[in-house]
Design a protein around this ligand. Structure first.
Ligand SMILES: NC(=O)c1ccc[n+]([C@@H]2O[C@H](COP(=O)([O-])OP(=O)(O)OC[C@H]3O[C@@H](n4cnc5c(N)ncnc54)[C@H](OP(=O)(O)O)[C@@H]3O)[C@@H](O)[C@H]2O)c1
Length: 249
């Protein structure tokens, strides 16, 4: 018996990385999972690879019409949502002196605005007792050079989890943030600085992690499953660090 048997889940940012790993795990545990990401070809390929119990809906979480289309599709399919993982997000290294309006607007748009409207637009289709998971980051409690806008945007996401946990408690909807430490995803390859090999970069970022390695996306998916399932039935408003000890040791 799966931990999410009979449940309907939504995962944004679902074509690669942590989102895709969560889709795979949720589907393995018995959920039917709606996947959203912008590039339809990559999303469809990911859905095809998983095979059963998933539906791909290409769209951009910063576009409110796309979010409306996602939830309208779920209603048209005769479903309501039990698990919402607002995972789409991203960032980049830009030191204070080089921050542009575009960089600020892009990250605020994706990480804050996108997360907010992903959840707000879901409210009419969320079942009472649903679990909402927001992708935060350990960056939200650190001061890593160059990550100022990203870290601030993820601190906002963490703050949303607290407020919305309160606001939605009357419907027994739990809201938690998942704060991954450095995790094996395409975003990590993309962040490799010029003049450094991917292997060198990985060694450098793993060195300060108490467990001595970066996370596998499946380990983030396992934590997302915990927050999604009844195993966390008395957990709301938290930020769960899944970071090999980075922020707590
Ligand atoms: N990887 C890490 O080390 C790490 C650490 C801490 C926190 N996180 C957080 O965890 C989440 C997932 O990270 P990841 O590393 O797995 O990401 P990733 O490898 O960069 O993948 C991002 C996913 O989001 C989709 N996406 C990007 N912008 C979107 C938009 N506007 N609308 C809809 N989908 C969008 C991408 O597909 P398209 O480009 O096709 O849209 C892709 O499926 C993010 O919120 C990230 O900030 C990651």
């Amino acid at each position: 018996m799966g931990q999410l048997d009979g449940k309907t889940a939504v995962v944004t940012g679902a074509s690669v990385g942590i989102g895709l790993a969560a889709v795979r795990r949720f589907a393995e545990e018995g959920a039917f999972v709606y996947m959203m990401a912008r590039r339809a070809k990559e999303l469809d390929a990911a859905a095809d690879e998983i095979g059963a119990n998933v539906a791909a809906v290409a769209g951009d979480v910063t576009d409110l019409a796309d979010l409306d289309r996602l939830y309208a599709r779920i209603v048209a399919d005769g479903r309501r949502v039990d698990v919402l993982f607002a995972n789409a997000g991203g960032g980049g290294f830009v030191p204070l002196a080089e921050i542009t309006e575009e960089h600020l607007d892009q990250l605020v748009g994706l990480n804050i605005r996108g997360t907010l409207f992903t959840v707000q637009k879901a409210l009419p289709v969320l079942n009472d007792g649903a679990s909402v998971i927001l992708a935060s980051s350990i960056a939200s409690v650190q001061g890593a050079s160059g990550l100022g806008v990203y870290a601030a945007s993820k601190a906002a996401v963490r703050s949303f989890a607290r407020t919305w946990a309160n606001e939605l408690s009357a419907r027994h909807i739990r809201v938690n943030a998942l704060a991954p430490g450095t995790t094996e995803t395409p975003a990590i390859d993309a962040a490799t600085p010029e003049g450094m090999s991917v292997a060198e970069f990985r060694q450098m970022i793993a060195a300060p992690i108490p467990l001595g390695r970066i996370a596998d996306a499946a380990e983030q998916a396992a934590a997302a499953l915990f927050l999604a399932s009844d195993q966390s039935s008395f957990v709301t408003g938290i930020e769960l660090s899944v970071d090999g000890g980075t922020t707590h040791v």
